[in-house]
Design a binder for this molecule. Sequence first.
Ligand SMILES: *Cc1c(COP(=O)(O)O)cnc(C)c1O
Length: 362
Amino acid sequence: MTSLDDLPIRDDLRGKSPYGAPQQAVPVALNVNENTHPIPEAVAHDIVARVAAAILGLNRYPDREFTELRTALAGYLGHGLAPEQIWAANGSNEVLQHVLQAFGGPGRAALGFAPTYSMYSLLASGTGTAWIGAPRDADYELSPETAVSAVREHDPDVVLLCAPNNPTGTPLSLETIEAVADAANGIVVVDEAYHEFADEGTVSALSLLPGRPRLLVSRTMSKAFAFAGARVGYLAGDPAAIDALRLVRLPYHLSALTQAAALGALAHSGQMLAMVDEIRAQRERITTELARMGFRPYRSGSNFVLFGGVDDPHAVFAALLERGILIREIGLPGSLRVTAGTEAETTAFLEAIAVFAPVHAG
Ligand SMILES: *Cc1c(COP(=O)(O)O)cnc(C)c1O
């Protein structure tokens, strides 16, 4: 039987593993930070109508410039953004790949602050970009001083700031983002995949865009928008940076069906985001309850919680899976990550994990 080792694969890909969050059919799936609430039925009907209309035109290539979608995304983001400042692709993973294809590549380096989103190093490796995982402060926080000193030391071509950070949930201050943007010579991407879940008053890095043509802010419809299966991610930046991304995308990369579906969802953004407050409340409930049980939840500005104080993470993960509850082992010692689900899903998780609580209530 042929194995990967027998094929003339690129040397720099030898021995690498693909992204592999387990996909299992379980009653309670809290492992990949999806919005576990289905999209509202009225919105679904409008999306179906738009997709149906688009199907009649599938003999033609879609609008390569996805102008209507860029206009809708600019409207959703606000901050005075114009459609020429918007990019989109099949998930923000593809958006980030475009950024690395255009600004990274062989002989170049991308820097992030570990532990961070596992796709960054995989996208770097796929584009032949060297990956630098710089350290964080205690409790996975990232001060302006720590961040700037790594940027000065390595002078990377691309900096990837995850705000809030996955898998730790750690919010990232605007001060740190601004300090990095002003210290870096390369492109700085702020990945705001979870921005909609941030606490009230959190200011988006979009506010830092004016006057900073090397700063890019990416978002996704996969999380708060409950649209992970549609694969739509997007980015805002200077029109010149957007032009750079046009050089590396495949022509017609966003299908007419994707564009139609995304436009339908954006036309009802209020309804699509209606569950965000409820999810944030469940996140807070998880944090409070886990702390009460004696676990060590970290600060989260997202729809998930990383918690330490777990004696044997794999045993706990396996025991919960046995009960139909899938959470995430992320390879951090003594730690597990859980997504805030519906109230019932969250209750199921909290009841199952209570058995492993370091502190047993009298
Ligand atoms: C989930 C996630 C994304 C979203 O990826 P999509 O390709 O848009 O689904 C991006 N960045 C981070 C940090 C994430 O956790």
